[in-house]
Design a protein around this ligand. Structure first.
Ligand code: IDP
Ligand code: MG
Length: 155
C-alpha cells in the first residue's frame, strides 16, 4: 500500500477544521498511520517546500506554515497519493470543486487548509521529514480493510 503526507495548515487548525478534514480521509477508507501536531521549525518547512524555493510565493508560504500549529498526518491506502489529492481539490480553494476539502471549506489560494504529497518521491521525502521511521508511524491493519477493499481484486 502507498503512503502519503498530509498537512493541515495553520488556517485549518485555527478554523477548527482538524476533525472535519481528518473525517474526509477516514470516510474515504484511507488509513491513518501517523499523526502529530507541532509548530514546525522554519528549517523543516523550508526543506519541505524546497521545490518552490524560486517561486514568488515561497517566502510568504514558509512564513505562513510556521506561523502556528500544523497537524501532520501519514495516510495509507491503494493509490493514496492521488486519492488524497483528489479529496483535497485544486490549489485555489475558490475554484476547487464542491465536494473537495478546499472546494467546501475555503476561498483562498494560499490559505487552502491542506497539503498533500504530489508524487511517490515527494511522499518519501516529506514523510521522512515529518515522521521518524522508527516509532512515529504505526503498522496496523484496520478491521474494516477487508470490507473497504475487495480483497480478491485489490489487496
Ligand atoms: P498544492 O498545495 O496544491 O500542491 P503547490 O503548487 O505545490 O500547490 O503550492 C504549494 C502551496 O503554495 C499551495 O498549497 C498554496 O498554499 C501556495 N501557493 C501556490 N501557488 C500560489 C499562488 O499563486 N499564490 C499564492 N499561494 C500559492
Ligand atoms: Mg504541492
Amino acid at each position: 500500500m502507498e503512503r502519503t503526507l498530509v498537512l493541515i495548515k495553520p488556517d485549518g487548525v485555527q478554523r477548527g477544521l482538524i476533525g472535519r478534514i481528518v473525517q474526509r480521509f477516514e470516510d474515504k477508507g484511507l488509513e491513518v498511520v501517523g499523526m502529530k501536531m507541532r509548530q514546525f521549525p522554519l528549517a523543516l518547512v523550508q526543506t519541505h517546500y524546497s521545490d518552490h524555493a524560486e517561486r514568488p510565493f515561497y517566502k510568504d508560504l514558509v512564513a505562513f506554515m510556521t506561523s502556528g500549529p500544523v497537524v501532520a498526518i501519514a495516510l495509507q491506502g491503494n493509490n493514496a497519493i492521488e486519492v488524497t489529492r483528489g479529496l483535497m481539490g485544486t490549489t485555489n480553494s475558490a475554484a476547487a470543486a464542491p465536494g473537495t476539502i478546499r472546494g467546501d471549506f475555503g476561498m483562498s489560494f494560499s490559505h487552502n487548509m491542506v497539503h498533500g504529497s504530489d508524487s511517490p518521491e515527494a511522499a518519501a521525502k516529506e514523510l521522512g521529514l515529518f515522521f521518524a521511521e522508527d516509532g512515529d508511524l504505526v503498522d496496523w491493519k484496520p478491521c474494516t480493510r477487508d470490507e473497504v477493499y475487495n480483497a480478491a481484486e485489490e489487496l
